[in-house]
Design a protein around this ligand. Structure first.
Ligand code: SAM
Length: 321
């Protein structure tokens, strides 16, 4: 599918649930009211949307959330997705806490790559950000995913005054292990509005000072907007997703399905097409037109740099970060 600016839309991110087993301060802090189960898309509804999307050229999807591994019935969903014609890739973004437990199932059902979110290697800062003592489990999950032959990327969000200094340890993961570490600039979405992010421009300079001159790495590392660099002596690359300081909307290929079934053409705006209601009132046959409609409504660019233009009020966990 081409949108009205000629961009090919072939990638769908799906929030399987707004629930999570962590309470990250900038994402889903304690006290947030979660959506009742009946308001979430059912597994069959998710599969129906993916099947229809695949027929329209959406050939890669990412399961996220909330935490995708806490969604009940995930093995059954993975099995349903495996059989969908035209779907070339199913990837996942997870906090890693339950990954070791589900790894054999995920591998068996076709998962080839996983993004693991980790914002610090300091156990105390990890607890401060997430509300839990989970650092060792996440590190073990990274090792296990690599040993299982999955392609692994570690995603980190840095915040001034909280974990900004963790960048060096995090980058060091790509030195010690064959994985990419990506720094995602904090976006003013949901709770993220209340924190100050770190500019990737400044971070690149810090990395150069600490590790030597990074060189641009133009090999394709995935479906996303990250710009990659290689540092001498590192096994993996360092990626930067600079939503705030280097807009990449011209090459945006994605749409997002919220846990409640709204299809969002852009993270920044509240524009969405309600696929859940459509499915429940008119059935699967109504989906292709609705998906095309959402793609046609994709704006030229996000507006994160102008905070008062952002219309999206949902949290990252329900949108699917
Ligand atoms: N629970 C899974 C995880 O932790 O990876 C998937 C969902 S989580 C919302 C996905 C990613 O969104 C995490 O890497 C998190 O750091 C990121 N995220 C959440 N809020 C953000 C924000 N305001 N700006 C940038 N990234 C954000």
């Amino acid at each position: 599918m081409l949108d009205s600016y000629g961009r090919r839309i072939d990638y769908l991110r799906i929030s399987l649930t707004d629930k999570c087993n962590l309470r990250c301060s900038y994402c889903l802090p304690h006290g947030v009211k979660l959506v009742p189960m009946e308001d979430l898309l059912t597994l069959e509804e998710i599969a129906a949307i993916v099947r229809c999307g695949a027929g329209l050229g959406i050939d890669r999807i990412r399961l996220t959330g909330g935490e995708p591994l806490v969604r009940r019935g995930l093995p059954e969903l993975m099995a349903m997705l495996q059989g969908i014609e035209g779907l070339k890739e199913v990837a996942m973004t997870t906090n890693g806490l339950l990954l070791r437990q589900y790894l054999p199932m995920l591998k068996e059902r076709g998962l080839k790559s996983v993004n693991i979110s980790l914002d610090t290697l300091d156990a105390e800062i990890y607890r401060q950000i997430t509300g839990y003592d989970g650092l060792q489990e996440v590190l073990a999950a990274i090792d296990a995913a690599l040993s299982a032959g999955l392609k692994v990327k570690v995603n980190a969000v840095l915040m001034a005054g909280i974990n900004a200094d963790s960048y060096k340890d995090l980058a060091g993961l790509a030195k010690a292990q064959p994985l990419d570490v990506r720094f995602i600039e904090l976006m003013p979405i949901g709770e993220g509005r209340h924190f100050k992010g770190v500019s990737n421009e400044a971070l690149l300079q810090d990395l150069e000072r600490d590790f030597g001159r990074p060189e641009r790495d133009d090999r394709i590392h995935g479906n996303g907007p990250a710009r990659y660099y290689r540092i001498p002596g590192f096994q993996g690359s360092i990626g930067f997703i600079s939503a705030m300081h280097r807009k990449f909307c011209g090459s945006c290929n994605r749409i997002r399905l919220t846990a409640m079934g709204e299809l969002k053409p852009c993270l920044c705006y509240d524009t969405a097409v309600d696929l859940r209601t459509l499915l429940r009132t008119r059935g699967e046959a109504a989906l292709p037109e609705a998906i095309r409609q959402a793609v046609a409504r994709k704006p030229e660019a996000h507006c994160f740099e102008t905070a008062d233009h952002i219309t999206e009020q949902r949290r990252m966990a329900s949108i699917g970060g």
